[in-house]
Design a protein around this ligand. Structure first.
Ligand SMILES: [Zn+2]
Ligand SMILES: [Zn+2]
Length: 185
Protein backbone atom coordinates (compact mmCIF):
# COMPACT_ATOMS: atom_id res chain seq x y z
CA UNK A 1 0.00 0.00 0.00
CA UNK A 2 1.28 3.49 -0.76
CA UNK A 3 1.75 6.17 1.88
CA UNK A 4 -1.32 8.27 2.51
CA UNK A 5 -2.67 11.69 3.47
CA UNK A 6 -6.03 11.58 5.25
CA UNK A 7 -8.13 13.25 7.93
CA UNK A 8 -7.60 11.52 11.30
CA UNK A 9 -10.78 9.56 12.11
CA UNK A 10 -10.09 9.79 15.88
CA UNK A 11 -7.83 11.82 18.16
CA UNK A 12 -6.12 8.78 19.60
CA UNK A 13 -3.00 8.38 17.42
CA UNK A 14 0.19 10.13 18.44
CA UNK A 15 2.56 11.62 15.92
CA UNK A 16 5.78 9.60 15.60
CA UNK A 17 7.67 12.77 14.83
CA UNK A 18 6.83 14.96 17.82
CA UNK A 19 5.05 12.59 20.22
CA UNK A 20 1.95 14.79 20.46
CA UNK A 21 -1.59 13.67 19.62
CA UNK A 22 -3.00 14.20 16.14
CA UNK A 23 -6.40 15.80 16.62
CA UNK A 24 -9.59 14.26 15.28
CA UNK A 25 -10.25 15.57 11.77
CA UNK A 26 -6.70 16.95 11.45
CA UNK A 27 -4.76 16.03 8.33
CA UNK A 28 -2.26 13.25 8.98
CA UNK A 29 0.41 11.53 6.93
CA UNK A 30 0.73 7.76 7.07
CA UNK A 31 3.98 6.12 6.08
CA UNK A 32 3.50 2.43 5.27
CA UNK A 33 6.43 0.27 6.24
CA UNK A 34 6.98 -3.47 6.45
CA UNK A 35 5.92 -4.52 9.94
CA UNK A 36 9.18 -5.16 11.84
CA UNK A 37 7.43 -7.55 14.24
CA UNK A 38 5.00 -9.49 12.06
CA UNK A 39 3.85 -10.25 8.54
CA UNK A 40 2.45 -7.45 6.45
CA UNK A 41 2.67 -3.70 6.79
CA UNK A 42 2.18 -1.17 9.50
CA UNK A 43 1.51 2.56 9.29
CA UNK A 44 3.42 5.31 11.07
CA UNK A 45 1.24 8.39 11.59
CA UNK A 46 2.60 11.92 11.57
CA UNK A 47 1.54 15.53 11.54
CA UNK A 48 2.35 16.45 7.91
CA UNK A 49 5.09 18.94 8.86
CA UNK A 50 6.66 16.49 11.32
CA UNK A 51 6.88 13.93 8.49
CA UNK A 52 8.27 16.52 6.07
CA UNK A 53 11.15 17.16 8.50
CA UNK A 54 11.79 13.64 9.79
CA UNK A 55 10.76 11.42 6.83
CA UNK A 56 11.28 13.78 3.88
CA UNK A 57 11.81 11.06 1.26
CA UNK A 58 8.57 9.25 2.13
CA UNK A 59 6.73 12.56 2.08
CA UNK A 60 8.15 13.58 -1.28
CA UNK A 61 7.31 10.17 -2.78
CA UNK A 62 3.68 10.62 -1.85
CA UNK A 63 3.25 14.25 -2.57
CA UNK A 64 2.32 13.95 -6.22
CA UNK A 65 -0.39 11.37 -5.47
CA UNK A 66 -2.14 13.30 -2.68
CA UNK A 67 -5.75 14.05 -3.61
CA UNK A 68 -6.06 17.62 -4.90
CA UNK A 69 -6.86 20.13 -2.17
CA UNK A 70 -6.35 17.81 0.79
CA UNK A 71 -3.04 19.38 1.85
CA UNK A 72 -3.74 22.97 2.94
CA UNK A 73 -0.32 24.47 2.11
CA UNK A 74 1.43 21.97 -0.16
CA UNK A 75 4.15 24.44 -1.14
CA UNK A 76 5.33 24.94 2.45
CA UNK A 77 5.25 21.23 3.13
CA UNK A 78 7.21 20.40 0.00
CA UNK A 79 9.82 23.09 0.79
CA UNK A 80 10.27 21.67 4.30
CA UNK A 81 10.70 18.14 2.93
CA UNK A 82 13.06 19.22 0.16
CA UNK A 83 15.10 21.27 2.63
CA UNK A 84 15.50 18.36 5.03
CA UNK A 85 16.26 15.86 2.27
CA UNK A 86 19.31 17.83 1.18
CA UNK A 87 21.48 16.49 4.00
CA UNK A 88 21.28 13.07 5.61
CA UNK A 89 21.69 14.50 9.13
CA UNK A 90 18.87 17.06 9.02
CA UNK A 91 16.06 14.53 9.71
CA UNK A 92 17.86 13.71 12.99
CA UNK A 93 16.90 17.08 14.53
CA UNK A 94 14.59 16.53 17.50
CA UNK A 95 14.64 20.00 19.07
CA UNK A 96 16.85 22.11 21.31
CA UNK A 97 17.18 22.30 25.08
CA UNK A 98 19.46 23.50 27.86
CA UNK A 99 21.61 20.58 29.00
CA UNK A 100 20.35 19.42 32.43
CA UNK A 101 23.79 17.99 33.34
CA UNK A 102 27.33 17.88 31.95
CA UNK A 103 27.29 14.17 31.20
CA UNK A 104 26.71 14.09 27.44
CA UNK A 105 29.41 14.59 24.87
CA UNK A 106 28.84 16.43 21.63
CA UNK A 107 28.68 14.16 18.56
CA UNK A 108 30.40 16.79 16.50
CA UNK A 109 33.37 18.06 18.58
CA UNK A 110 33.37 15.20 21.15
CA UNK A 111 33.77 17.66 24.05
CA UNK A 112 31.37 17.51 27.02
CA UNK A 113 28.29 19.72 26.78
CA UNK A 114 28.28 21.82 29.94
CA UNK A 115 25.24 22.05 32.14
CA UNK A 116 22.92 24.81 30.97
CA UNK A 117 24.46 25.08 27.49
CA UNK A 118 22.18 24.83 24.47
CA UNK A 119 22.26 21.45 22.82
CA UNK A 120 20.41 19.86 19.92
CA UNK A 121 18.72 16.50 20.52
CA UNK A 122 19.35 13.90 17.81
CA UNK A 123 17.30 10.84 16.88
CA UNK A 124 18.09 8.05 14.41
CA UNK A 125 15.29 6.47 12.46
CA UNK A 126 15.44 2.70 12.49
CA UNK A 127 12.71 0.23 11.53
CA UNK A 128 9.78 2.47 12.28
CA UNK A 129 11.25 4.02 15.43
CA UNK A 130 13.06 7.23 16.23
CA UNK A 131 15.71 6.27 18.76
CA UNK A 132 17.48 8.88 20.93
CA UNK A 133 20.96 9.28 19.47
CA UNK A 134 22.74 11.87 21.59
CA UNK A 135 23.38 15.56 21.22
CA UNK A 136 25.44 18.24 19.55
CA UNK A 137 26.28 21.68 20.91
CA UNK A 138 24.07 24.31 19.33
CA UNK A 139 27.37 26.07 18.63
CA UNK A 140 28.52 23.03 16.61
CA UNK A 141 25.48 23.12 14.31
CA UNK A 142 27.37 24.48 11.29
CA UNK A 143 30.02 21.75 11.56
CA UNK A 144 27.57 18.91 12.16
CA UNK A 145 24.91 19.95 9.64
CA UNK A 146 27.48 21.29 7.16
CA UNK A 147 26.11 24.81 7.19
CA UNK A 148 22.50 23.84 6.42
CA UNK A 149 19.77 26.09 7.79
CA UNK A 150 18.30 24.21 10.75
CA UNK A 151 16.25 26.87 12.52
CA UNK A 152 12.80 25.90 11.20
CA UNK A 153 12.96 22.18 12.12
CA UNK A 154 14.78 23.02 15.34
CA UNK A 155 11.97 25.33 16.47
CA UNK A 156 9.31 22.95 15.21
CA UNK A 157 10.48 20.12 17.49
CA UNK A 158 11.34 22.37 20.48
CA UNK A 159 7.78 22.31 21.76
CA UNK A 160 8.71 22.43 25.45
CA UNK A 161 10.54 25.75 25.31
CA UNK A 162 9.12 28.99 26.68
CA UNK A 163 8.63 31.99 24.38
CA UNK A 164 11.77 33.59 25.85
CA UNK A 165 13.81 30.48 25.15
CA UNK A 166 12.51 30.29 21.58
CA UNK A 167 13.43 33.92 21.04
CA UNK A 168 16.91 33.23 22.41
CA UNK A 169 17.25 30.26 20.05
CA UNK A 170 16.25 32.40 17.06
CA UNK A 171 18.77 35.08 18.06
CA UNK A 172 21.53 32.55 18.58
CA UNK A 173 20.92 30.80 15.27
CA UNK A 174 20.78 34.16 13.49
CA UNK A 175 24.34 34.95 14.57
CA UNK A 176 27.14 33.66 12.39
CA UNK A 177 28.42 30.42 13.90
CA UNK A 178 31.99 31.67 14.00
CA UNK A 179 31.25 35.21 15.20
CA UNK A 180 33.05 36.27 18.38
CA UNK A 181 30.86 36.78 21.46
CA UNK A 182 29.12 40.15 21.36
CA UNK A 183 30.57 42.79 23.69
CA UNK A 184 28.17 44.33 26.18
CA UNK A 185 28.62 48.09 26.19
ZN1 LIG B 1 4.00 15.80 15.07
ZN1 LIG C 1 30.36 20.39 20.04
Amino acid sequence: MPHVFEAAPTGRAKCRGCGRPIGKGELRFGERIPNPFAEGETTLWFHPLCAAYKRPEAMLETFAQAPAGIVPDPGALERAARGNSTHRRLPRIDGAEHAPSSQAKCHSCHEPISRGAWRIRLVFYEEGRFNPAGFVHLACRAAYFEGADILAPLLHFSTDLSDEERAELVRTCGDAADAPPRQQS
